[in-house]
Design a protein around this ligand. Structure first.
Ligand SMILES: *Cc1c(COP(=O)(O)O)cnc(C)c1O
Length: 427
């Protein structure tokens, strides 16, 4: 299948006409359980000796098609879908971490991820250390004997920053820890982190992959290349699993170890399962991913250039603009553009930003991104509210900054809406 081009795979990967009915579109398998052929079949499934369907907390045929589709588009060997992007992050870390272990994460992250890593994971006895990934020496110094992963975003939310994944991957490879890249904002259409040296990719499928703001979902894709047995640091994958009669995932499943563990232990015990109707919606979305992303990027480039020339605007942080310090890096690593998520600073600070989000008419003021609709948010008063002002600035969500997620509408209409709102907000 993967000999086909990206646009073909976005429509066909993982799917085949339904064996029972010939249905051409992937059906929604709205069932909790699956009838075993006989007692031996049931035993083989429960022993992980045969791959099949037992119970929809673990596997479901509609969700399986989506898993194979995303794994193929990312160039991975397998994928596990789950209930949200945040669930995917926990599911990705879960097999790697133990109490006392840490993850080294980029300072430039989605606000919710920053909160999850700063506060919530501490309750599991895990810890996060944050470093500026432009400082590779600081990254290397932050990785210690208890580090089990490095985490970053490809195009970092709230936009304007692109991670040099090959350079970061070089450091993590030397240190013997896996690199996890959140590829939500770029999507595999713009960036395939596994080809650039990452070991695992996570997604909030809620965003561009679904593309219409209807369902929340997440996904973890494995490159299949990390050696989980080499260091003794990843016993969940390399050592006997008591709950499966002493089975060793890495020894038994090889490159599929992480994926099988994610389903057989992760979904089984954490239960962050994706619903089949959600998988169906996301499959429909991915069919048009290439067309949408092309328009998202075209529109974003035009809107960003227009904003940068306006007197009410102090600066625009979009790696697609020549003024961006990340312009060359984006050109090198993201050949089709720098995405459609960026921020700009308004003269008039916090107050002007609040007036601006109230004045837009076509843009929707929502805490979301990657919708066909254009979206706007003032991060400092919403998604990044829990952060200190210093953390807000470090993560690109300073009080005078507004974030745009540019949709696929007529770009002239978007610009007209921003123009009338600028006049109202700044005067
Ligand atoms: C939205 C988002 C998340 C969280 O995903 P949910 O589906 O909302 O749980 C994580 N990372 C990034 C970059 C996001 O945009």
């Amino acid at each position: 299948m993967s000999a086909y081009g990206f646009d073909t795979l976005a429509i066909h990967a993982g799917a085949r006409p339904d064996p029972a009915t010939g249905a051409r579109q992937t059906p929604i398998y709205q069932t909790t359980a699956y009838v075993f052929r006989d007692a031996d079949h049931a035993a083989a499934l429960f022993n992980l000796q045969e791959v099949g369907f037992i119970y929809s907390r673990l596997t479901n045929p509609t969700v399986s098609v989506l898993q194979e589709r995303i794994a193929t588009l990312e160039g991975g060997v397998g994928a596990v879908c789950c209930s949200s992007g945040h669930a995917a992050q926990i599911m990705a870390l879960f097999p790697l971490m133990r109490p006392g272990c840490n993850v080294v994460a980029s300072t430039r992250l989605y606000g919710g991820t920053y909160t999850q890593l700063t506060h919530t994971i501490r309750r599991f006895g895990w810890e996060a250390k944050f470093v500026d990934l432009d400082d590779l020496a600081a990254l290397e110094a932050a990785i210690d004997g208890n580090t089990r992963a490095v985490f970053c975003e490809s195009i970092a939310n709230p936009g304007g920053y692109v991670t040099d994944i090959p350079a970061v991957a070089e450091v993590t490879r030397r240190a013997g820890v896996p690199l996890i890249v959140d590829n939500t904002s770029a999507t595999p259409w713009l960036c395939r982190p596994l080809e650039q040296g990452a070991d695992l990719v996570v997604h909030s499928t809620t965003k561009y992959l679904t593309g219409n703001g209807t369902v929340t979902g997440g996904c973890i894709v494995d490159s299949g290349k990390f050696d989980w047995s080499a260091s003794g640091k990843f016993p969940s994958l390399s050592e006997p699993e008591v709950a499966y009669h002493g089975l060793r995932f890495h020894e038994t499943f090889g490159p599929m170890a992480f994926t099988f563990h994610g389903i057989a232990v992760g979904l089984r015990d954490l239960g962050m399962t994706m619903a089949p109707t959600t998988a169906f919606q996301t499959l429909l979305g991915i069919e048009t991913l290439s067309l949408r992303m092309e328009r998202h990027v075209q529109n974003a480039e035009k809107v960003a250039a227009w904003l940068e020339a306006r007197p009410e605007v102090e600066f625009v942080t979009y790696a697609g603009l020549p003024s961006s310090p990340y312009h060359d890096r984006a050109k090198r690593l993201y050949s089709k553009g720098a995405g459609a998520l960026f921020t700009f600073a308004l003269r008039g600070g916090y107050e002007a930003c609040v007036r601006f989000v109230d004045a837009v008419e076509l843009f929707s003021h929502v805490a979301n991104l990657g919708d066909a609709r254009s979206l706007i948010i003032h991060s400092a008063s919403t998604t990044h509210r829990q952060l200190t002002p210093e953390q807000q600035i470090a993560s690109g969500a300073a009080p005078n900054v507004v974030r745009l997620s540019i949709g696929i509408e007529n770009v002239d209409d978007l610009i007209a809406d921003l123009e009338q709102a600028l006049v109202k907000a700044v005067g």
